[in-house]
Design a binder for this molecule. Structure first.
Ligand code: GLA
Length: 685
């Protein structure tokens, strides 16, 4: 059987972080281990950036120090997530083999002296990487501390060198077979771009004017695949030697560079790094982004996942780096647990004193054991220890939000209707609207089986494959509710615009005849919207407005539930609803203001029968069910009281609450609800 996260947790939530003992004299390692125990740490990631220490010159192996580190950790009962150090090759590799160094779009070399300076297409890099991965597995495969393999770190580099060009051509041959198919897909009749031989094809290097969009799209697909090849090769080398140990690599949150759906299929454990900005004191942006990334990661994992990295306090890579206010680190950590994390880990265990990340917070800061921050770290460790029963439990979701990397990549092209429109803008706005309504969402690729969801939201998917379009049509026809956002289903898999401004199948589902024109809006423009009684919406605070995008659509069967008011599109439909087969399809031709968007999505969800875990939740309180437990999280700085339907006991405090739970600023309760008393029983029958 393939190993899984269950083999790592062994029934306990994981807690720990990146441990970089190579940065410290050995006596500090002993203090580290003692303090890890004090903090309740049970898993640390070792070796992420240890390549130069293990292999100081080509072929050398210095494992003694690592032997001692693993033995020490094991002696303290701390498990190890052992990394292959392949994200940061030693300087000797770049010096001896300059072809392992990446080149940018202009051909300039990206040098060593930082990290991630490798070309994924370089056979020399790959060979060295595989050898060190295999040697680590041979040496530590039977070490009792070893719980999980961590391959590389945040894969995400790109390269435009000649080796990459050859690799890209091989990839294109496999995709298209012959050159005419490639010329057709890339639309090379445009601007005299026709290729007469494979050797003429290069990665999309710097050009004089707008680059070929499909070439760029394919290069993004290729880069994701090339990095995946590196991961899979290392994974296989490890799995061959240690079939019982699961393998992961840590994703960046909502990261553009990897097709996260495809990558996730190759992981035994799906893990992610998450660094929302704590600058906003009420934290809603951070918490909303956190919820989105957590929902995405859980969906990629199809179950529990691992938060591989977060910051205990400030990061050091924003313009201004603010620490986390009191309570926020705990709140965001427990939010991740609520949304399916089986482990909470940090970058990093002990704050560095040298190097580029010495101003980045850690579990054990420069201020040391007596610091406020370490106190919080210790507190969280104890609380996670009390939540073991949640380990492995699933998070039920009635809604799927569709997300797709191909749509994202294609939408990034130059020369598009509006560079104010991003793929993640609508995605984040829609997910946030659903999150604020406490409607737990999975994320799904547009081709996925959607039959288990009462509501499917497609915020903005510029490109949709034929398979996805058929899937969406079948979903609605079979009784599902689809809410579709603007500029969706516009292009096919080759980024060829579909006739009618939107694929005909999708237009039929939505009850739309034509999309006449797109009317994107400039910064500072405001478009008013009129909500019709048919929308069934009340409660949106101010006037309904939009400021990003408009479309001039011709309906064919759909009813308008909102219209544009004023401007060139005055009176034209802005939001429509249509019955298709046994289901319902909404179309939002614009991105309404957050209140209106929340009201519209809330309405669609209500009609579809999707409900939050508790009614009447105060604003700013997040409620999520995981397994048999109900998590309540107060994202506000003001205390609130949350009314309960049935008495419940908080696992964090052991207290029983009859009618309501008080939550402090950034407070959390993890409740086991009592079964509702049955009338008959109460009357003694
Ligand atoms: C990423 C990396 C870590 C560290 C942190 C800092 O997540 O994986 O090595 O650089 O960022 O935030």
């Amino acid at each position: 059987m393939t190993p899984s996260l269950h083999d790592v947790t062994r029934g306990r939530l994981l807690y720990g972080g990146d441990h970089n003992p190579e940065q410290w004299p050995e006596e500090v390692w002993h203090e580290d281990v003692a303090l890890m125990r004090e903090a309740g740490v049970n898993l640390v990631t070792v070796g992420v950036f240890s390549w130069a220490r293990i292999e100081p010159r080509p072929g050398a192996r210095e494992f003694d120090w690592l032997d001692r580190v693993l033995d020490l950790l094991h002696g303290a009962g701390i498990g190890v997530c052992l990394a292959t150090p392949t994200a940061s090759p030693p300087p000797w590799m770049g010096a001896r083999h300059p072809e392992t160094l990446p080149r940018d779009e202009t051909g300039a070399t990206v040098w060593y002296g930082s990290r991630n300076h490798f070309c994924a297409s370089s056979p020399v890099y790959r060979e060295y990487a595989l050898r060190i991965a295999a040697d680590l597995a041979d040496r530590y495969g039977d070490h009792p501390a070893l719980r999980l393999w961590h391959v590389n770190n945040e894969y995400g580099t790109s390269c435009w060198c000649d080796e990459t060009a050859r690799h890209f051509r091989r990839w294109l041959r496999a995709r298209y077979g012959d050159l005419e198919a490639l010329n057709g897909a890339w639309g090379t009749a445009f601007w005299s771009q026709r290729y007469d031989s494979w050797e003429e094809i290069v990665p999309p290097r710097r050009t004089q004017y707008l680059a070929n969009p499909t070439q760029t799209l394919d290069f993004r697909r290729f880069t994701s695949d090339a990095l995946l090849e590196c991961f899979v090769a290392e994974r296989d080398a490890l799995a061959e030697r240690t079939p019982h140990v699961p393998v992961t690599t840590n994703f960046m949150p909502l990261f553009v560079g990897q097709d996260g759906w495809t990558w996730a299929e190759h992981q035994d454990v799906v893990s992610v790094d998450l660094y929302p900005d704590p600058a906003d004191p009420d934290g809603p942006d951070g918490a909303a982004l956190g919820a989105l990334v957590q929902d995405l990661t859980r969906s990629q994992a199809r179950g529990p996942w691992l938060l591989m990295e977060q910051a205990a306090g400030a990061v050091n890579w924003r313009g201004v780096n603010r620490p986390k206010p009191e309570g926020l680190m705990r709140l965001w950590s427990l939010q991740a647990v609520a949304r399916g994390a089986d482990g909470i880990c940090f970058f990093q265990w002990r704050q560095s004193r040298q190097g580029s990340e010495k101003f980045h917070s850690a579990m054990l800061p420069h201020a040391g054991r007596r610091s406020r921050l370490f106190g919080r770290v210790r507190g969280l460790g104890a609380e996670l220890g009390a939540l073991s029963e949640v380990t492995g439990a699933s998070v039920p979701a009635g809604t799927a939000v569709l997300h797709d990397w191909n749509a994202w990549w294609a939408g990034l092209q130059q020369g598009r209707p509006s560079d104010r429109l991003t793929h993640t803008g609508p995605l984040r706005a829609w997910h946030r609207a659903l999150w604020e309504r406490n409607l737990t969402c999975d994320l799904a690729r547009p081709e996925a089986d959607l039959s288990g969801y009462a509501l499917v939201a497609a915020p903005h998917l510029y490109l949709l494959t034929d398979e996805a379009l058929d899937n969406l049509a079948a979903y609605v026809h079979g009784g599902g509710t689809l809410v579709c956002g603007f500029f969706t289903g516009v292009a096919d898999a080759d980024d060829r615009i579909r006739e009618g401004g939107m694929d005909a199948r999708l237009r039929e589902v939505l009850g739309i005849d034509l999309v006449h024109e797109w009317w994107p809006m400039a910064e500072g423009e405001t478009q008013h919207l009129t909500l019709h009684p048919a929308a069934g919406i009340s409660g949106a605070a101010g006037p309904a407005t939009a400021d990003l995008w408009r479309e001039d659509v011709e309906t064919a069967g759909a009813e308008a539930v909102a219209s544009y008011r004023g401007g060139e599109l005055d009176g034209r439909p802005a939001v429509t609803r249509h019955t298709f087969g046994a289901g319902t399809a909404w179309y939002l031709t614009t991105l309404p203001d957050p209140d209106t968007l929340r009201a519209l999505l809330g309405r669609a969800a209500h009609e579809a029968g999707v409900r939050p875990p508790l009614p009447d939740l105060p604003t700013g309180v997040e409620a999520v069910r995981r397994g048999g437990l109900l998590f309540l999280l107060n994202h506000r700085r003001e205390p609130v009281a949350v009314p309960l339907r049935v008495p419940a006991t908080d696992l964090l405090t052991g207290r029983r609450h009859e009618r309501g739970v008080p939550l402090d600023r950034h407070g959390v309760a993890v409740l086991r609800e009592e079964p509702p008393a049955r009338e008959g029983l109460r009357e003694g029958r």
